[in-house]
Design a protein around this ligand. Sequence first.
Ligand SMILES: NC(=O)c1ccc[n+]([C@@H]2O[C@H](COP(=O)([O-])OP(=O)(O)OC[C@H]3O[C@@H](n4cnc5c(N)ncnc54)[C@H](O)[C@@H]3O)[C@@H](O)[C@H]2O)c1
Ligand SMILES: [Zn+2]
Length: 363
Amino acid sequence: MTEIEASNYSVYIGKGIAKELNRFFRLNKNKYSKLFILVDENTLKCCYPQLVEQVDVFKEAEIIEIESGEESKNIEVCSQIWATLSEYGGDRKSMMVNLGGGVITDMGGFISSTFKRGIGFINIPTTLLSQVDASIGGKVGIDLNHLKNEIGLFNNPAAVFVDPVFLSTLDKRQLLSGFAEIIKHALIADADYWKRIVQADFSFLNNFDSLIETSIQIKNKVVLGDPTENNIRKILNFGHTIGHAIETFALEQNNRKQLLHGEAIAVGMICEAYLSNMLCKLTSGELKQITQFILSKYKAVKIDELDFHRLIELMKHDKKNNKGDINFSLLSSIGKCEINKAAKPDLIKESLNYYKEQSKLFK
Ligand SMILES: NC(=O)c1ccc[n+]([C@@H]2O[C@H](COP(=O)([O-])OP(=O)(O)OC[C@H]3O[C@@H](n4cnc5c(N)ncnc54)[C@H](O)[C@@H]3O)[C@@H](O)[C@H]2O)c1
Ligand SMILES: [Zn+2]
């Protein structure tokens, strides 16, 4: 079991987290009155049974179940959960256990941070994406009318418990979605990590364990340097300015099932690598390497030129923007990222066309 120190909490990583969980609850016995566990139907079925067998306090916890998927990450579902917490006698010393993917950890963190002005919560991320990214760093929130993460705040969990064992029930598509954030971590911060990823022989369903820890280390280090994203933390948004617009656009078209977060970010990283080549020092050779590696792992996403205008509009909503410019975090080389790089809409459209052409070549 590895323990990583985050801001004011620890991240425990390793197989068999039940022991760590029991220890955590033993140490914090008097701090919490009542326990709630937030799950969706999949984590209730695939993850909860293994834990409840081994973690004593979970036997008396109230289970709150929501429907899986990004469509649940909204204020209506929050309202229902706040009402349930009230109904079941939740008080200021209650604690929420978020057992699930990024939707559960983002929304459970938001609900906890606002219920009775804030109750404690712990994260037990169960998707690759939430293990390497969403469950750490203290960003919690929900979507507003399809605008991703429009409502939210920074608030840290009391602890995070990461067990790769949960990934065994995750399908390949969800694994790949999380893998996009691993690629991002390498590209923005660690050229050696990138080499490790590119050279790894992915029999794909079992090779993630060693990557999880490196990715968490990278994300944690960045967050510690700038917890509320005033400067350096913005590097974690590489691929996300364009990626989020593509993801939101798919949500607007009710096309969620066709596009997962990481799949949208994979497209975003190719487009933003193109911008990095145009506006920053990323070489054409590096751009090619990034493009080919991502396209070899992800199936092409269809983007219509007629939709470019709407995509640019969505990018203007991005929280990183100032005074109407569209701001990016761009690569100066593989393993190095620079923040606050403004790009003009025409160049952004060019980057989307670059993606379209390259993905056709890869069919
Ligand atoms: N807060 C942050 O810093 C941050 C960072 C990245 C992403 N996010 C957010 O995370 C969300 C995406 O997270 P996600 O990809 O984990 O999606 P998700 O939570 O929707 O989970 C994906 C699917 O996997 C299922 N699932 C979860 N664990 C499982 C398991 N062990 N076995 C089988 N099925 C399982 C879920 O029920 C769901 O159907 C987005 O809303 C994104 O905005 C937040
Ligand atoms: Zn992301």
